[in-house]
Design a protein around this ligand. Structure first.
Ligand code: SF4
Length: 227
């Protein structure tokens, strides 16, 4: 545990210096929070990123903003039909599944308008996970970015880097990885660590042909040169 902790802590310190400032536009949820979008709009933004690139999700989000306004409140979504919503979010892919999830979430916030902002975070996490089409990463990104709740969302880039650094196993499940990382780094670093690892996964440690020669954490990595 001590060794792993050192590896992740050291990697994050190096990545902080290497990647420098983070552009919010490269992170949909972060971007939505910075634009002071309604919490429901932020949640929809996170759903748009599921199983697609942030670029496609951003195109879908821009369609929504153009059509419904900048805040994306629950009321905005009540004004349009499923087929209109499908058309707007089509660029993000899997749009039928996403529309279904958005409609389910809309039912929750219509019943209790404060649920996203006031519900106990652990209860809210369970509630969000009970909605078909909402996975743990979506729930955790929302809780971390909107509620400031100390949880660590694991996405595909983070999973890959943690594996290559020898911090998690290939077959490890989401909850196990999440709790492992949460034990290894201080709570106030969760958001920054999340953004830095994703940035590294997009720019250097890609799934195929990672740029190991340029990687500033290669001395910590167990898979240098992987293809
Ligand atoms: S050395 Fe290569 S595989 Fe290891 S973290 Fe860096 S880019 Fe990824």
């Amino acid at each position: 545990m001590c060794h792993r902790s050192n590896v992740l802590t050291e990697a994050l310190e190096i990545l902080e210096r290497y990647h420098g400032s983070i552009n919010p536009e490269e992170f949909i949820a972060y971007y939505a929070v910075m634009r002071e979008m309604h919490p429901f709009g932020v949640l929809v933004s996170i759903i748009l990123t599921q199983n697609t690139s942030d670029k496609n999700a951003l195109n879908a989000l821009m369609n929504l903003i153009k059509s419904l306004g900048p805040r994306l409140t629950p009321q905005d979504f009540l004004k349009i039909s499923d087929s209109e919503l499908e058309e707007l979010i089509k660029p993000s892919g899997m749009y039928r599944v996403k529309v279904r999830a958005i409609r389910e979430l809309l039912k929750l916030v219509t019943k209790d308008p404060d649920i996203l902002t006031k519900e106990d975070p652990e209860k809210l996490r369970k509630l969000l996970l009970s909605v078909k089409g909402v996975g743990p990463k979506t729930a955790d990104v929302f809780l971390l970015m909107v509620r400031g709740y100390p949880t660590f969302p694991i996405d595909t880039h983070i999973r890959r880097i943690l594996y290559r650094l020898g911090i998690v196993d290939k077959s490890e499940d989401y909850e196990s990885m999440r709790s492992k990382v949460m034990e290894l780094i201080p709570k106030d670093k969760y958001l920054r660590a999340h953004l830095l690892l994703i940035t590294h996964g997009r720019k250097i440690c890609m799934a195929r042909k990672p740029r190991c020669n340029e990687c500033p954490i290669k001395h910590l990595c167990q898979k240098v040169g992987i293809r």
